[in-house]
Design a protein. Structure first.
Ligand SMILES: Cc1ncc(COP(=O)(O)O)c(C=O)c1O
Length: 484
């Protein structure tokens, strides 16, 4: 079903379109068409949504209907709008561009590179003592078969205790241990999303989640985030109108934007999802990483009265990705159904690694306090380097997580990523985080590497940006990068 954007909603997204400096030279209709194209290119206005009727938008913007009509004509001519008499006009990209959603993004091991593509820290120093203690525990398990499809009891209990301590009472039966957060997502999708079912995600979002959705052949629609985060009206409106089977959201320090969803929207989200018949998959990968000492809003699941919310989380971001420990928090019967689905995939996770997880969780207070300190310093150093070397970029300071989402001075993200690779820096360009080749004006910069590498990386990116202008190899936004 096509989502319709109301005139007032589009007007809010457009903001001060008429006050842009470049606009002084442009007729109203050209400026309006260009602002709408900008929203599409930034992924804030999804593809395939129906734009408001001309009169509705004209009223909302206080311009004449002729202006809107001419702007829509411009958009049709440039391939950004398709209209059918009686059915309305909906957003498209030129030449029918649409990128396959198989954009698996993985860092390669190359020690000479400054790798800013991977948003993950090295292991904490406590890793070795946790591993040693786990080895000492192992004999307790050796007499059994070693298969624990929902995870070993002591790790399930430790994870449940963490939720209870956050104010979300949880029993071990509600926890299923997985091989990382992505594995948790994949299992949930297997259980809940039939092939071709509609799924709502944020744009931008975590690329490997898009790959998991592509693997399930889900029909993905997007909710575009802006510099302040989620637009409550549009997000809830999308749920009401499209009634997706499932929505995958990252409310805590969203990857890549770093936004934190406010408590009131969390509550509205759960209520609206319940009415729409949508299951919410809430990815809490970054929940342990507020960096400004701020109190955290209640977990999304704390507003759930009907078993609509499945929370996924894990140890990769606060502890170490190499541990491959994640989990699902759901109702006890859902956990049993997930375990049944798992039997046809990998049966169970490694016992020794789970024991390491138990010991690391016992040291969580210390490990996470150190991580927060390290990340806050790295964030501030990266922001300072970007302000010095790339002053034309707009970057909102995230209050947590591990990434900055930079708005560039032009639609050059893919070209810049290619150029900077030859200077020994790897970055993930904006389109990696979207489903349709948009987001060319954005670049994700993680602050998980040591500070000297971050500063050196920014210097090289600035040099590559300068070269792009000199060599004139700047691509047009209308030719989105295809991601295989
Ligand atoms: C939002 C989000 N979810 C899941 C993952 C993957 O976690 P794991 O390595 O535990 O599978 C990441 C890793 O970057 C992430 O950013």
């Amino acid at each position: 079903m096509t989502v319709t954007v109301r005139g007032t909603q589009l007007a809010r997204l457009l903001g001060r379109w008429h006050a842009l400096p470049a606009r002084r030279r442009l007729p109203d209709y050209v400026a309006l068409a260009s602002a709408i194209r900008g929203l599409l290119a930034d992924g804030r206005l999804p593809l395939g949504v129906r734009l408001p009727a001309e009169r509705d938008l004209a009223d909302a913007l206080s311009v004449s209907r002729t202006t809107v009509s001419a702007a829509y004509r411009e958009l049709r001519e440039s391939g950004h709008l398709t209209s059918r008499r009686g059915a309305g006009s909906w957003t498209t990209l030129p030449n029918g561009h649409r990128v396959a959603g198989s954009g698996l993004w993985m860092a390669e091991d190359d020690l000479d590179l400054i790798d800013l593509s991977c948003a993950a820290l090295g292991a904490p120093q406590e890793m070795m003592s946790a591993a040693t203690a786990a080895l000492a525990d192992l004999p307790r398990y050796l007499g059994g078969a070693g298969y624990h499809p929902t995870g070993i009891g002591e790790l399930r209990a430790a994870v449940a205790d963490q939720y209870t301590a956050r104010g979300l009472p949880t029993s071990p039966e509600q926890i299923m241990i997985t091989n990382g957060v992505l594995h948790a997502l994949d299992l949930v999708l297997r259980l809940l999303v039939p092939v071709g079912a509609p799924v709502l995600v944020e744009s931008p979002t975590y690329p490997n989640a898009l790959a998991a959705l592509a693997g399930r052949r889900a029909r993905v629609s997007t909710h575009g985030l802006d510099e302040t985060g989620w637009d409550a009206d549009l997000l809830l409106g999308s749920l009401r109108q499209t009634r997706p089977r499932l929505a995958y959201l990252i409310p805590e320090f969203q990857n890549p934007t770093g936004h934190l969803m406010p408590a009131p929207l969390r509550e509205q989200l759960v209520a609206t999802a319940q009415r729409a018949g949508t299951d919410l998959v809430i990815d809490e990968s970054f929940v342990d990483l507020p960096l400004d000492g701020q109190p955290m809003p209640p977990a999304v699941a704390s507003f759930d009265r009907h078993g609509r919310v499945l929370t996924i989380g894990g140890m990769s971001k606060p502890f170490w990705g190499g541990l491959r420990i994640g989990w699902v928090r759901a109702s006890a019967p859902t956990v049993q159904r997930l375990a049944a689905a798992r039997v046809g995939v990998d049966t169970a996770g490694p016992v020794l690694d789970q024991l390491v997880g138990v010991h690391l969780l016992a040291m969580a207070d210390k490990v996470i306090a150190d991580r927060r300190k390290q990340l806050a310093n790295a964030r501030d150093a990266l922001l300072a380097a970007a302000a010095e070397h790339l002053p034309a970029w707009r970057i909102t300071r995230p209050s947590g997580g591990v990434t900055l989402w930079a708005e560039l001075d032009g639609p050059v993200s893919s070209a810049l990523a290619r150029a900077v690779e030859s200077m020994g820096v790897r970055v993930a360009p904006g389109p990696r985080f979207g489903v349709d080749g948009t987001l060319e004006r954005f670049l994700r910069l993680p602050f998980t590497q040591p500070i000297p590498e971050l500063i050196d990386g920014v210097r090289r990116i600035a040099a590559a940006r300068y070269d792009l202008d000199r060599t004139g190899s700047r691509p047009q936004w209308s030719e989105p990068e295809l991601i295989a």
